[in-house]
Ligand binder design. Structure first.
Ligand code: NAD
Ligand code: UDP
Length: 320
């Protein structure tokens, strides 16, 4: 097998660290670039001494160069959780626009294929359901989620302009809500919040009435989908990658309480502004062209994620 040299921006984050491990395990050489704003050393600590792994501490909003040849780039650098991306919205937008531009320039110079980790958030609060790739979305351009939603939409635009204007080989995937081990316990996303709350016996915080829906994909399925898209010839995307099973947030809360055997009750808090009411991918394109669909059930995925958070808790308790 040809050993590819692969750059993963955002490689110390939740999805990025899984991608680093997966691509190292199949024999490639990895350059993991991260500014550690939401990622952590803990996520990649088992890779730091690996001979085919290099860490580049850098912020993509600043120009950069890599001396080695690069065959492929996965651009994952961006905060992903609403709480995290709203801490410094200007920086979030800069990461997705100025940062995207820098990463595309590198792809152009290196003649590397680049996969952009776009998001279901480009559909905003969708008026069609389930969401198909040809839907242009319903996004508030001036709301509190816009730094991320519009940033990611602009990142897609830049990708397609580099493709048409400079023949850069792009791949765009629209990732729907993904969960699993190595999510940060305090990044504020629903599954990590609920598991942390359930394991510590604290109230489960449902925002709004809990009837809003999302579709949750286990991380191992997601990584296979992303790699399949990178490796596919003659398909630039965008392609939805996610689990086409829809759940209300109340169902997620009840399932997690039951799987953890928790005594936690539920409290209702204010629904954040512009929180999408429903979301579920149509994955016909991925099924047809990538022969990809998620195989891990919500229950199995949640059990693996709960086991990870329990183990992390035990490590913390043993350390004190
Ligand atoms: P994450 O926050 O765990 O990882 C993002 C990583 O990018 C972190 O390691 C962070 O330190 C790094 N980063 C952020 N800004 C940077 C910058 N300016 N320069 C260099 N590094 C920077 O989030 P994640 O869930 O792993 O998401 C990874 C990517 O996938 C993101 O682009 C996100 O938008 C996209 N995505 C994720 C999901 C999901 O459900 N996890 C859904 C849709 C899209
Ligand atoms: N949510 C919730 N309680 C939490 C965290 C999130 O009820 O502690 C809700 C949130 O309002 C949204 C859904 O769960 O409706 C998914 O939120 P998340 O931040 O994980 O992802 P996104 O909104 O970006 O899809």
């Amino acid at each position: 097998m040809y050993m590819k040299k692969i750059l993963i921006t955002g490689g110390a984050g939740f999805l990025g660290s899984h991608l680093c491990r997966y691509l190292i395990n199949v024999g490639h050489q990895i350059f993991c670039l991260d500014n550690f704003s939401t990622g952590s050393y803990n996520n990649i600590k088992n890779l730091l001494n690996h001979p085919r792994f290099s860490l580049v501490k850098h912020d993509i909003t600043k120009e950069f160069h890599i001396d080695d040849p690069i065959d492929e780039i996965y651009n994952l650098a961006s905060p992903a959780s609403p709480i995290q991306y709203q801490i410094d919205p200007v920086k979030t937008l800069q990461t997705n626009v100025i940062g995207m531009n820098h990463v595309l320039e590198l792809a152009k110079k290196k003649k590397a294929r680049i996969l952009q980790a776009s998001t279901s958030e480009v559909y905003g609060d969708p008026m069609i359901h389930p969401q198909l790739e040809d839907y242009w979305g319903n996004v508030n351009p001036i709301g509190i989620r816009s730094c991320y939603d519009e940033g990611k939409r602009c990142a897609e635009t830049l990708c397609f302009d580099y493709y048409r204007q400079y023949n850069v080989e792009i791949r765009v995937v629209r990732i729907f809500n993904t969960y699993g081990p190595f999510m940060s316990p305090n990044d504020g996303r629903v599954i990590s919040n609920f598991i942390v709350q359930a394991l510590s016996g604290k109230p489960i915080t449902i925002y709004g009435d809990g009837l809003q829906t999302r579709s949750f994909c286990y991380v191992d399925d997601m990584i296979l989908g992303m790699v399949a898209m990178m490796e596919k010839n003659e398909l630039v995307g965008p392609v939805n990658i996610g689990n086409p099973t829809e759940n209300t947030i109340t169902e997620i809360a009840e399932t997690i309480v039951s799987l953890t055997d928790s005594s936690s009750g539920i409290i209702y808090e204010k629904l954040p502004e512009d929180d999408p009411k429903k979301r579920m991918p149509d994955i016909s394109l991925a099924r047809m062209n990538l022969d990809w669909y998620p195989k891990i059930s919500l229950q199995d995925g949640l059990n693996k994620t709960i086991a990870y958070f329990k183990h992390e808790d035990e490590k913390k308790n043993n350390a004190v």
